[in-house]
Design a binder for this molecule. Structure first.
Ligand code: ADP
Length: 306
């Protein structure tokens, strides 16, 4: 099989540890793989093939593409490339629609809540007049403020007072999410990695001293954890609700039971593979092959290329 890895890292950055791991596992399983850099594609619209050029040449035929959309800004513009591949019939995952759902925290919360998946109480506000009522409904301070778009903990802050909150919300953004602070968790959450409707790995993430956010990028550390059937269940349901083929679900243990904080459509797994014996890259490759085979049976072959 020919497995493509669509990387959104900038061209002058080295391949990520995850991309290298996927390549290694693909090779071990007897497949060829190649990392494609999003910035080196051209999309062409002239009613004729090819619609997609890579380094100026027609995008070669690949059996399956694993997307790694590590984009934080202008998400709709960047993921148009994934949509372009879908329009050409390239078998790929995660797809354009599911990625968009996870890149916007409002959309994610909306979908999870609608699917009756427990989340911390969240209020989206659009004007200063609503701050007081929102904070009251969240049970008072501290509250968590989130920008609708952001990753790696950036744009997620904890606010202890009304004075702090009012001075932070500058209304240079169209809206903010205010969220109940899950105090019980004490800076810990659980990352649950799901592929094709199965939990393939999990770890506890603990925030570094003096920090409430447990993101690995902010110095959080992973450790072994046994997840409960309820935690596994809400992680599986979250990935399904967002139509993801694979995802990383962040779950916090609250007094009232587990709550989902966010679902990542291009989760890192370097720390997870380091602290547990899970082979996430291998599981992704295995699923990619299964996905490509299933698509071939349904479509009688992939349609991309010229
Ligand atoms: P990002 O997408 O930037 O990682 P998250 O919503 O996952 O944003 O928040 C980043 C981190 O902040 C979480 O992993 C968690 O450690 C902490 N956090 C987020 N929301 C809450 C909350 N409601 N209560 C307590 N801690 C939170």
């Amino acid at each position: 099989m020919k497995i493509g890895i669509l990387s959104f890292r900038s061209s002058n950055n080295h391949a990520s540890k995850e991309e290298i791991r996927i390549k290694k596992e693909a090779k071990l399983a007897g497949h060829t793989s190649r990392i494609f850099r999003a910035s080196r594609f051209q999309m062409v619209y002239d009613q004729h093939s090819p619609w997609l050029l890579y380094d100026g040449k027609p995008f070669p035929k690949y059996d399956v593409v694993i997307t790694r959309p590590s984009v934080l800004k202008n998400v709709d513009l960047h993921v148009a490339l994934i949509e372009q591949m879908e329009l050409m019939g390239v078998p790929l995952f995660n797809d354009y629609h599911s990625i968009l759902k996870t890149k916007n925290k409002i959309k994610t919360m909306q979908i999870l809540d609608h699917a009756a998946i427990p989340i911390p109480k969240t209020v989206v506000i659009r004007r200063p007049e609503d701050i007081k009522q929102a904070v009251k409904s969240l049970g008072g301070f501290p509250v968590i403020v989130k920008h609708p778009v952001g990753s790696f903990g950036s744009g997620v802050i904890i606010v202890e007072s009304m004075r702090g909150l009012q001075s932070y919300l500058l209304w240079d953004k169209p809206m903010y999410l205010l969220q109940e602070y899950v105090k019980y968790s004490k800076g810990k959450d659980i990352r649950i990695f799901v592929i094709n409707g199965q939990v393939v790995g999990s770890m506890m993430r603990s925030a570094k001293k003096g920090e409430f956010r447990s993101n690995i990028e902010l110095g959080g550390k992973g450790s072994v954890v046994d997840i409960t059937p309820e935690e596994a269940n809400i992680a599986l349901r979250s990935v399904q609700a967002l139509d993801l083929k694979y995802g990383g679900v962040d779950v916090m243990r609250s007094k009232a039971g587990p709550v989902v904080l966010e679902v990542n459509s291009n989760p890192g797994f370097k720390e997870l593979e380091g602290v547990s014996d899970s082979n996430i890259a291998g599981a992704l490759v295995e699923y990619a092959v299964e996905y490509a085979e299933r698509r071939t049976q349904v479509n009688g072959g992939s349609l991309n290329g010229v």
